[in-house]
Design a protein around this ligand. Structure first.
Ligand code: NI
Length: 203
């Protein structure tokens, strides 16, 4: 996602909040986030997708583990690889606790991100990263649950047919699938590992 797009999204979010009084969790202070967690979960929900081995999986298959969820696409030139590197490194730095956390990468570009493409791509990362794709309908449902914005954009400077503009946030969901925390774009692996440890300690 470009810097201009990030600023535009923030502007739109602020307008939405001003108009409706509805705030999204990542714009709340930590204290407010805490109170949101005990109420209705604002982020997350059911999904049914296909993993990198071609197996259909749902959010319920991950119950009992924390999920670290990121939406992006394998053709992303820089943002997605950076974020996936940070989140998978964070998981490996948890030591013993690493087995309590499942990092998950969900594509917003199912057209190009086939099962085979996802399998090759996730093999570049540590931490047992799982890659999920599916039909366009599957992906739309999952992005709606996590309030992810995505759109195809033409890129004149690249030989690729198109790029995907998309929200770049890493969501931490607990063993019950409930939203715990969100890490903004650019959060480094150590900071993320510390945040995950804090949430694991509450469970
Ligand atoms: Ni990306």
């Amino acid at each position: 996602m470009t810097r201009q797009n990030t600023l535009l999204l923030i502007a739109i979010a602020l307008i939405v909040i001003a108009a409706t009084g509805v705030a999204v969790p990542w714009l709340l202070s930590p204290a407010q986030q805490g109170s949101q967690v005990t109420g209705t979960a604002l982020v997350g929900g059911p999904f049914e997708l296909t993993d990198q081995d071609g197996k259909r999986v749902t959010d319920k298959d991950f119950r009992g583990k924390f999920m670290l969820v990121y939406f992006g696409y394998t053709f992303c030139p820089d943002v997605c690889p950076t974020e996936l590197q940070a989140m998978t490194t964070a998981v490996t730095r948890l030591g013993e606790d690493a087995k309590r956390v499942q990092p998950i990468f969900i594509t917003v570009d199912p057209e190009r991100d086939t099962v085979e493409q996802m399998k090759t791509y996730v093999s570049n990362f540590d931490g047992g990263l799982i890659g999920l794709t599916g039909s366009t309908e599957d992906i739309v449902k999952a992005t709606q649950a996590y309030r992810i914005y995505f759109a195809k954009v033409k890129d004149e400077s690249s030989s690729a047919e198109y790029l995907m503009d998309h929200t770049s946030l890493v969501f931490l969901m607990d063993e019950n699938g409930t939203f715990r925390r969100v890490f903004s774009y650019g959060t480094d692996a150590d900071t993320m590992a510390k945040g995950i440890k804090e949430e694991l300690a509450k469970s």
